[in-house]
Design a protein around this ligand. Structure first.
Ligand SMILES: [Zn+2]
Length: 141
């Protein structure tokens, strides 16, 4: 796959229509998912265009997954889910990224794999802005 076929690398309108940048860390960039049907859903994208975890060096793996855990902790602290789901698919967009999806007992898709085949929940821009701010603070400490 060419780098310019990847909307994560491209960092253009397509990406911005789906997510909002929260912050950049050493090994990753954190995004807030615009579809908030799972309150607090974020994406943690590896900094370079690699498509499989085994293509990362051991140091990159350690750094990336450490940051992923840190983001999950921030989501946990802020939105108090009962479990966080972590998902990597990437058939269509193979750039290494993990969906951090908070699940709430008795709530949407509790007890099953989360999926996007239901209506999106989009928020007013002001609410995204607040979430981005609180996530940034919680992640960067
Ligand atoms: Zn890419």
């Amino acid at each position: 796959m060419m780098m310019n076929d990847c909307f994560y690398c491209e960092n253009g309108d397509k990406l911005k229509s789906l997510m909002i940048e929260v912050c950049k860390l050493d090994y990753s960039t954190v995004y807030l998912n615009r579809d908030q049907k799972h309150k607090g859903r974020c994406i943690v994208m590896f900094k370079d265009h690699k498509t499989e975890y085994f293509q990362l060096t051991p140091e990159e793996n350690k750094g990336y997954f450490g940051e992923l855990a840190k983001v999950a902790q921030a989501v946990w602290n802020l939105y108090q889910p009962d479990k966080i789901n972590y998902a990597t698919f990437g058939d269509g967009v193979p750039h290494v990224h993990v969906h951090v999806v908070p699940k709430y007992e008795g709530g949407l898709q509790w007890g099953e794999a989360f999926h996007d085949d239901v209506d999106k929940v989009l928020l007013p821009e002001e609410e995204y802005k607040e979430m981005v701010e609180e996530l940034r603070k919680e992640i960067l400490g």
